[in-house]
Write a new protein. Structure first.
Length: 332
């Protein structure tokens, strides 16, 4: 089936681009609240599921053993911008585990935060694995390995005990088996799941429903850490950080590569999963904001700039807008 157009990008008075995609919103039992497009086709969730990937680390008692606080839990669920605050937390995590950056198997790239990248360049330095947006997740995987008493070597391989635990957690929350496995940008496995299953996973992450006491407590702990430290989950000026700062405990949200976005609404007991066909991150952000605005009890003025962000040129002039289509409008 063809997915519907969910976002239109206008320049002047004309629609210049259109983004198609699919959206699933379900409760913890899997009951549908909103379904648009093909929500049963497996997709790779990429970094959108980092908070779920951190669950086995918390369940294994790593925070207590290594003295991890909210900052460490938030960075374990992060796609950070490589700012100094992010690098410092990851380095501290590794030190407490008894490892250093050479243990990270995520690779190195320049910080996505331009100020951080420029500062590195001015200092004559090059980025390390600590600057990788996934370094916090990898530090969490290493913490899980050490806490569980297994060799951290090869922790990114699908058959390593760490990744087996992560896969089992994802499938358990989603209520379905992964359809395929591929290699993510940071070299860990990414497991394909349908949007309906991903949405259910985040509804359970939001509520603790059917997770058992240990996993439910771990989910609440990770969610609380991210909501109290949203600047660590993404970074300065980033969409997910701004959304959680604006809405507080009402929304946990996390994006992934190739137009994926997932969210949990604890007060409504709902999970959201989004995939834009063209992999457009700008579209996924607007779809997420529009869906959340539709689902909250009352429209939020704080969401207006997220739902219909202006399209600006290099001089800062507003030349158009990015907006959701009627398919995402609030009923009535």
């Amino acid at each position: 089936m063809d997915n519907p157009v969910l976002v239109e990008v206008s320049r002047g008075t004309l629609v210049e681009s259109r983004h198609r995609g699919a959206v699933a919103v379900v409760d913890a039992d899997g009951a549908a609240v909103l379904m648009l497009g093909d929500v049963d086709r497996p997709v790779f969730p990429r970094s959108a599921v980092k908070a779920l990937q951190a669950l086995p680390m918390v369940e294994a008692g790593a925070p207590e053993r290594f003295g991890f606080a909210e900052a460490e839990l938030a960075i374990a669920a992060a796609s950070h911008g490589g700012e100094p605050m992010h690098v410092a937390v990851v380095a501290r995590m590794l030190a407490r585990i008894g490892l250093d950056r050479t243990a990270l198997a995520c690779g190195a790239h320049w910080p996505s935060n331009q100020a951080a990248a420029h500062a590195l360049a001015r200092a004559g330095l090059t980025p390390t694995a600590l600057h990788n947006n996934c370094s916090g997740k990898h530090a969490g995987f290493l913490a899980l390995a050490v806490a569980a008493g297994v060799d951290p070597g090869g922790y990114v391989e699908p058959q390593h005990p760490v990744q087996r635990d992560v896969k089992a957690a994802l499938e358990s929350l989603a209520g379905t088996a992964a359809a395929a496995c591929a290699v993510d940008g940071c070299s860990v496995p990414t497991w394909a799941l349908p949007l309906s299953g991903l949405a259910r996973a985040f509804a359970r992450f939001a509520t603790g429903r059917d997770l058992g006491p240990v996993r439910a407590a771990a989910a609440a702990r990770i969610r609380a850490a991210c909501l109290r430290r949203p600047e660590l989950v993404a970074g300065s000026g980033r969409f997910c950080t701004r959304m959680m700062a604006a809405l507080g405990e009402r929304v946990f949200i996390k994006g992934g590569a190739e137009g994926v976005m997932c969210a949990a609404l604890p007060q409504q007991g709902l999970g959201i999963a989004i995939k834009c066909d063209d992999g457009g991150g700008r579209a996924a952000e607007v779809v997420a904001a529009a869906a959340i605005a539709r689902l909250l009890p009352e429209p939020e003025a704080a969401l207006a700039g997220f739902v219909r962000p202006p399209l600006r040129n290099w001089n800062g002039l507003t030349v158009g807008r990015i907006a959701p289509t009627a398919a995402l409008s609030r009923p009535g």
